[in-house]
Design a protein around this ligand. Sequence first.
Ligand code: NAD
Ligand code: ZN
Ligand code: ZN
Length: 357
Amino acid sequence: MSTGRTRALRLTRRGGPPVLTEVPRPVPVGEEVLVRVEAAGLCRSDLHVIDARAGDLPYRIPFTLGHEVAGRVAERGPRAVGPPVGERVVVYGPWGCGTCARCAAGADNYCDRRAELDADLTGTGTGLGRDGGMADLLLVPSGRLLVPVGDLAAVQAAPLSDAGLTAYHAVATVRRSLDDVPDASVVVIGVGGLGHLAVQILRATTAARVLAVDVREEALTLAEECGAHFDTLLRPDTSTVLRSRTGGVGAVAVLDFVGGHSSMALAVDVLRAGGELAVVGSGGGELAVRKPGALPPGTRVSLPFWGTAPELEQVVALAREGALRVQVEQFALSSAPEAIARLRSGAVRGRAVLVPD
Ligand code: NAD
Ligand code: ZN
Ligand code: ZN
């Protein structure tokens, strides 16, 4: 067992900036597993976490950022289960209580004890109140939270554990509606890290017509490369344009990867009666639920959060089959400030991924 120190990108005060600092090398005990990080994706949620004010999030500071992590098992605690030392893995990031019915089924994202964990400021998962993978090493509470990735490149694998998994879970929430309705259309709002994978997942796993919306031309080009049937900039007449693309009836489902005021307003305008809206983004928008109101009759609204471990296995399988390809901008871990600045300014195409240097 080696000792010494290692590097980690830590959020040390609200508002940031996070700092790359030396920390003691973690040592796995009990069921814990130590992963040598090969890549960690940067999510817009990291910006929300950095910018959160006191009381906004149930997290204790400091902690290491990074909730989208791929690496290699480096060391196992004496009671560890799961992949052996040397195996390449992605980390299932939502960490629940580990024992409730949901966690036992691999759905830590909907842990039954979430309220208790939040009250104790235990954190939502890796890099979200608990030490994450923007680091040389990541300590994982249990091997049950690791999914083997074989020979997938690390920069491809890491984003699967959040951008890929969350997009897959969001598609899963509306899949029945898309499958039940002939010639169904689905609108994807926001073709960034999550959205560009959602477009690919929709194309790979449904027969729906995929209509993509963004505020950036380069994101629309990415949507086309990912297989969107139609794409358009967000403009005052976008809902009319999209409706005409659905034969006038509206979209069976809308996946909102922005969650802002303008994206939710668009979603309400383009939904078909009996349609489904999945709000994935945390952009501060609000939706009034009232009868009668602006939402079409029969609308179902969901707030999907991350995804389950079995779904992560399915996402990894899709990527290994070649059905899912992450558009990556690679940065050294020591260049994290540059990656964060690019994401903030809306310049990243696809996903920014940090690689320990
Ligand atoms: P991103 O910055 O990579 O992508 C966002 C995209 O939306 C960009 O292409 C941007 O140009 C576009 N956009 C911004 N405003 C828009 C608007 N009004 N209309 C249309 N497009 C617009 O971000 P990301 O990492 O993909 O994350 C997206 C959102 O999802 C964030 O709010 C993030 O916090 C949230 N998120 C939620 C979950 C979850 O489990 N629910 C998981 C991960 C991320
Ligand atoms: Zn995220
Ligand atoms: Zn639980």
